[in-house]
Design a protein around this ligand. Structure first.
Ligand SMILES: Nc1ncnc2c1ncn2[C@@H]1O[C@H](COP(=O)(O)OP(=O)(O)O)[C@@H](O)[C@H]1O
Ligand SMILES: [Mg+2]
Length: 377
C-alpha cells in the first residue's frame, strides 16, 4: 500500500500555493488533492475528499470544520494573530514558508504513517455524451490525461462493455492481457491487488480496465460496475467512468456512483436536444447538482457557448476547440499533445472536476429543470 499523505491546501497567495504544491508533490510522501481559497471551500474539500492532512493559513480555517484530518498551519509571516488562529483551530504544528518547509514535509508524511488504515476515496467522474459523436470518448480520455498531468493516479473504467471505445482510442493491446471478464468472478471480494493486476497501464500513466470480448459483454452487470468502481476508488485519486450513450442500467449505475457527471455537447441543435433529454432522465435520479457541461468541437456557429447558460442555467466547465488533428490521433490510438490549446482546455476541466462540489466558480451550481426543455436553442 502506497504511503502518500493526501493533502488539502488552503492559502491566500496563489504563488505560494503553487510553490507549496510543487514542493509537497516532489517530496514523494505527500500529494495535494485539492486547493481551497476560503473556509467554505476548505470545509467542502475536507468533507468530500477526507484528506490525511490540511495544510492551511490559519486565517482561512474555521475550527469547527477541520475535524478528522491533521491540521498543519502554514504562513509566510509569524504573527500573534496567525499563531492564535492556529492554536484555536487545533493545529498540530505551525510552519513558516519557506524556512520550515522540510519540517512541514516531515509532519505531512507523518500524518499517514500514524494514521492507520484509511480507504482512499477517489473522485469519481462520469463522462456522458447524449448525442453520438459529440466526443465522449475524446473528452474522457483527454480528461484522464489531464488528471495524470496533475500527478494524480487515474483509473478509467468503460461502462459500455460492447461499444465502449476507450481502449481503442488509447491504443490498448487487444491480446494477451487481462480484461474486465477476468474480474467478474471476483467482484464481490475484489482486492486492490486483483484490480491492480488486471489494469493496463497507458504510457501516460493512466490505467484502464480493458473491455470484454463482444460475446462476453452482456455478462457485465450494473452491480459489477458498482463493485469495480468502488474498488478502483480506493486505489487511485480519480476514477473516470466512460458512459454508454443510452442511460441503460450500467449507465445509471455509473451516474449513481459518480461525484461529478460531465455532459459533453457540441454547438448544434440536436446535441442540445439530446442533452436536454438526458437531463430529464438524470434529474429524477438525483444527479442534478453533480452535472457539469463541456462544449466540445467548439467553433464559430449560430449556437454559442452562452447558449449553454441560457438553456441549462450554468456556464460550461470547459470549451474544447475543434481541432483537425483529433480524428487522426484517435484513429491511431494516440492522445493529442499534452501542451497547447486542447491540453489547456482539459487542464481547466481537470481542475474543475477536482474542485469540491458546490464551491465552483460557475458550472457547479445545481441544475434545475432545463429552462427550454425539449426546445433547444
Ligand atoms: N475537439 C474535437 N475536434 C475535432 N474532432 C473531434 C473533437 N472531438 C472529437 N472529435 C472527433 O469526432 C469524432 C467523434 O468523437 P468521439 O470521441 O469518438 O465521440 P463519441 O465517443 O461521443 O461518439 C471522432 O472522429 C473524433 O476524433
Ligand atoms: Mg465513443
Amino acid at each position: 500500500v502506497e504511503q502518500v499523505a493526501r493533502v488539502v491546501l488552503a492559502l491566500e497567495a496563489p504563488d505560494v500555493v503553487e510553490e507549496v504544491m510543487h514542493f509537497l508533490d516532489r517530496s514523494g510522501s505527500a500529494r495535494v488533492v485539492a486547493t481551497a481559497q476560503d473556509d467554505r471551500q476548505l470545509a467542502a474539500a475536507i468533507r468530500q475528499l477526507e484528506p490525511d492532512a490540511v495544510v492551511a493559513q490559519p486565517s482561512l480555517v474555521n475550527p469547527a470544520e477541520v475535524r478528522g484530518p491533521s491540521l498543519l498551519a502554514l504562513d509566510t509571516r509569524e504573527s500573534v494573530a496567525s499563531l492564535r488562529a492556529a492554536i484555536e483551530a487545533g493545529a498540530h504544528g505551525f510552519y513558516l514558508w519557506p524556512a520550515d518547509r522540510d519540517a512541514l514535509a516531515g509532519a505531512t508524511a507523518a500524518t499517514v504513517l500514524s494514521g492507520g488504515s484509511h480507504d482512499r476515496r477517489a473522485r469519481v467522474v462520469a463522462v456522458h455524451g447524449a448525442r453520438g459523436g459529440v466526443g465522449t470518448t475524446f473528452v474522457a480520455t483527454h480528461l484522464a490525461a489531464a488528471v495524470v498531468r496533475r500527478d494524480l493516479d487515474c483509473v478509467v473504467l468503460d461502462a459500455d462493455p460492447l461499444y465502449g471505445d476507450v481502449a481503442a482510442a488509447l491504443g490498448a493491446p487487444t491480446q494477451e492481457v487481462h480484461t474486465v471478464t477476468d474480474l467478474l468472478p471476483l467482484v464481490d471480494e475484489l482486492s486492490d491487488e486483483h484490480l491492480a493486476e488486471a489494469l493496463w497501464t497507458h504510457p501516460s500513466g493512466m490505467r484502464l480496465l480493458l473491455p470484454p470480448a463482444p460475446e462476453q459483454a452482456a455478462a457485465v452487470r450494473a452491480e459489477d460496475l458498482r463493485s469495480l468502481t468502488a474498488a478502483a476508488a480506493t486505489a487511485c485519486d480519480v476514477v473516470i467512468l466512460h458512459l454508454p450513450r443510452a442511460l441503460d442500467p450500467l449507465g445509471r449505475a455509473a451516474v449513481a456512483e459518480a461525484d461529478r457527471v460531465i455532459e459533453v455537447l457540441s454547438l448544434d441543435v440536436l446535441s442540445f436536444r439530446a442533452t436536454t433529454r438526458a437531463l430529464e432522465a438524470l434529474l429524477p435520479i438525483g444527479a442534478g447538482d453533480r452535472i457539469g457541461f463541456v462544449v466540445n468541437r467548439s467553433m464559430r456557429s449560430e449556437i454559442t457557448p452562452a447558449d449553454v447558460h441560457r438553456v441549462f442555467g450554468v456556464d460550461p466547465l470547459a470549451q474544447v476547440p475543434f481541432d483537425r488533428g483529433v480524428a487522426r490521433a484517435q484513429d491511431h490510438g494516440r492522445l493529442m499533445p499534452s501542451r497547447g490549446r486542447l491540453a489547456r482546455a482539459f487542464d481547466r476541466l481537470a481542475a474543475e472536476v477536482m474542485r469540491p462540489v458546490g464551491t465552483g466558480s460557475d458550472g457547479s451550481a445545481p441544475v434545475g429543470a432545463p429552462t427550454a426543455a425539449a426546445a433547444g436553442p
